[in-house]
Design a protein around this ligand. Sequence first.
Ligand SMILES: *Cc1c(COP(=O)(O)O)cnc(C)c1O
Length: 415
Amino acid sequence: MTEPRTPAPSALTDLIHHPYAPTAPFSAPQPGVFKASSIFFPNVQAMRSWDWKDKSAFTYGLHGTPTAYILEERIAALEGGKHCLLVTSGLAAISVVGLAMLRAGDHVLLPDNVYGPSKGFAESELARYGVSVGYYQPLNVEHCASQIQPNTRLVWLEAAGSVSMEFPDLRALVQLCRDKGIPTAIDNTWGAGLAFNVFDLDGDGSHRLGVDISAHALTKYPSGGGDVLMGSITSRDPAIHRRLQATHMHMGFGVGVNDVETILRSLPSMSLRYYAHDTAARQLASFMAQQTAVVQVLHPALEGSPGHAYWKAQCGGKNGPHGLEGAAAGLFSVVIDPRYTQQQIDLFCESLRWFKLAYSWGGPISLVVPYKIGSMRSLPEESLKPGTVVRFSIGLEDAADLQADLAQALQKAFG
Ligand SMILES: *Cc1c(COP(=O)(O)O)cnc(C)c1O
């Protein structure tokens, strides 16, 4: 059906089939927000032949809209990939990868410091479908090699790891999996496409060595507001993309276009924000390293932090645009001396004025979370000193105010 050229007989119908269309072209900084479940076809022949899979046409809102495609292409470019799929959260990106790449009888291997809910998905959901789950010590390539089974079909990576922030030897781990023909997927939320290129670990544009799939919680830096949940799955290999795309479609994880719009608006400032978070986080991590209550600071760019040498090899070397060596996310953890009680640690967290008690990171407001790391690990934690782990996500406030806030809370809780 073509649009009616003349007003409908009834004003009510006219409200729905109004003939007015704005004059094209319209050009402005922000792409249009195209929301749709239904998408019109000009004729039945088009309805039968149009294909959404290669983005040559639109067929149904769940399969993509111009607005969603624009964000997919930009995230693929940001991460150095070729294909990208948007999903409803970072966790959905992780679950779609597992569902697409694994079947009953397969084995999946995760680093022991992987994002916690990723373990939950593997142990509760993948296990019910007959997939077995194993863990490896993130800083120990030999341990990873020893955990690979004949039926291992997917190895996850995360750099830096969640909460304990160990930075693994990505090149050695990916090479190990390559040699054994096992696909690799990385949770790329921390690096966000800015600290290093997951598809080109040599960093020379050769793409000789890289992961097969990147899952990214756009909830964090691409959103930057602490207000939107979204995830992406990026890849370079067309066959892997097709598999991910089929599962993505079958699961029905299409995203809301208003949320896509929000991320498209934040994306141009992402690198500026990332380097600002990084600068402040390194300053505050160094400040915390000088405190007597703190026995260890976990920040991969800091000398002595677990995996620092691998961070340096992957993300360091030359100075970033902020004048610091390399790049790192604005996150770090500290281990508080075990001589202090849980009540004192809770008091420290609650005494902070600018840091709010909340999960997630990447937004303008600084956040703090006390963790019980023992209950989160499946293997002995090899990198951490005994004590209680507190994680900080550094926002965009003035770093001097944040430092003064940390100082007063330390004084109040630990004397
Ligand atoms: C937040 C986060 C996720 C999950 O993202 P959601 O959008 O909150 O589901 C996954 N991985 C890492 C490393 C994260 O920090």
